[in-house]
Design a protein around this ligand. Structure first.
Ligand code: ATP
Ligand code: MG
Length: 396
């Protein structure tokens, strides 16, 4: 409880209690506190309804009022305060038809996904743990609150959440939970890709990604993920690699390389990744293929840029099973005389003046030849030296 996040939020809980309501810390932060994992934000659950919460505090923001969430601003920090609720009637395997506010903490904890996420802590640091989340955390087990088949058919995303917790926490799935994931896997087809991507990114950033990927394969969940339905062999290959040290982005590079049938752009677009990420991953795959066929070179690294040079080198290393010291890539990059066209001592404008020729495709060509010569160390990145060299080569 000495944790600064909890300390900061304590006055919010106290104020709600003074006003006659119940209030507790809940959710991921409580789980992570028990696990001694880093905490990024704390959630508060209360018996007060949203209008009641707004009456207690002077500064609030309606961030998710339909779901009962009010952001309370206290000492310059925002705290999400959510009214105890149950979720009833799931008719489409994703979101509840409506949420019902209730006055009982137990009811609120009961609608949560896994026992480890269904614990609460009061302001004195006392735990409320009706579903024995602490026991499961100690055993390293992910288990649904209540019957797994029911819980997954209410909200199929929970199956992806289970897999990503395997990766983040290195826990095992309880047998009934895993069995239910296998039975209900097709329901994942009803879930919006954006929500799947969010979980997939967390899965790929976790430590035990290979085990989580095996879970996706064993439960057949992969069949209901974009671009993976027909790619079982490729996924098995991916899961067998030493992925621990890779960032999520580097795993995306490796995954798209193995699973995308040479069309990484469509694969990543199907996953609804933002354009900027798609561009970078596609560039990294291009560099990866060059690394495999021709090996590393200054010119290749210059063309791909630092991020893609690092990501493709890491991907190439796990694919070949060879060790790589990534510092070699970064220091090689630092030694390049220029790291982008912007650094070149000349521009297209100067080329047009020197050659006395109008704008045209020739400029791009000459600039690239100049870049190559500078990167190769044939000439220095110096305006006059470049001009002399261009004239000597009859390029002007
Ligand atoms: P993270 O550390 O990634 O934030 P988290 O457990 O806090 O993990 P959130 O998505 O922030 O996950 O959700 C907060 C809490 O809300 C969870 O701990 C869980 O109690 C509950 N919850 C979230 N998503 C679901 C869901 N799909 N079904 C049931 N309960 C959920
Ligand atoms: Mg959270």
């Amino acid at each position: 409880m000495e944790h600064p996040f909890f300390q900061q939020a304590l006055p919010v809980i106290e104020r709600l209690e003074e006003a006659g309501y119940e209030a507790y810390f809940v959710g991921g932060a409580v789980r992570d506190l028990f696990l001694s994992r880093p905490i990024h934000d704390v959630d508060i659950a209360t018996s007060a309804t949203p209008p009641e919460v707004k009456n207690v505090f002077t500064h609030t923001v309606d961030v998710g009022i339909d779901h009962g969430t009010v952001l309370v601003l206290h000492n310059g920090t925002g705290f999400e305060v959510t009214t105890f609720r149950t979720e009833s009637l799931y008719s489409d395997f994703r979101r509840p038809d409506h949420v019902e506010f209730v006055r009982s903490l137990y009811e609120d904890l009961k609608r949560r996904d896994f026992t480890m996420n269904a614990m609460a802590m009061n302001k004195d640091g006392e735990w409320i743990d009706p579903f024995h989340g602490k026991d499961d955390i100690q055993k390293g087990i992910i288990r649904t609150v209540g019957r797994a088949v029911e819980r997954f058919s209410e909200d199929a995303l929970r199956m992806m959440r289970a897999a990503r917790f395997v990766s983040q926490l290195s826990f095992d799935l309880d047998a009934e939970t895993k069995q239910a994931m296998t039975e209900n896997a097709p329901l994942l087809g009803h879930i919006a890709v954006e929500r799947k991507l969010n979980e997939m990114d967390k899965l790929l950033a976790g430590r035990d990604k290979h085990r989580a990927l095996s879970v996706l394969i064993e439960t057949t969940l992969y069949q209901f993920l974009p671009g993976l339905a027909e790619r079982k062999q490729a996924l098995i290959r991916l899961a067998a690699l030493s992925l621990e040290r890779l960032t999520a982005e580097q795993v995306w590079v490796t995954a798209a390389y193995l699973c995308a049938n040479n069309d990484a752009k469509s694969f990543l677009t199907d996953w609804r990744l933002p354009q900027k990420r798609i561009k970078r991953i596609v560039r990294s795959i291009h560099t990866l293929k060059q690394l495999q066929s021709k090996g590393a070179s200054d010119w290749l690294f210059f063309q791909s840029g630092l991020q893609s040079a690092v990501d493709s080198t890491m991907a190439a290393a796990v694919l070949s099973g060879e060790e790589v010291d990534i510092k070699e890539v970064t220091s090689r990059f630092e030694l390049l005389p220029i790291i982008s066209r912007r650094d070149l001592a000349i521009t297209g404008k100067e080329l047009m003046e020197w050659a006395d020729k109008p704008r045209g495709a020739w400029i791009k060509d000459v600039l690239e030849r100049t870049e190559r010569a500078v990167i190769a160390g044939d000439i220095r990145n110096d305006r006059m030296e470049i001009e002399r060299w261009l004239r000597a080569c009859n390029l002007l």
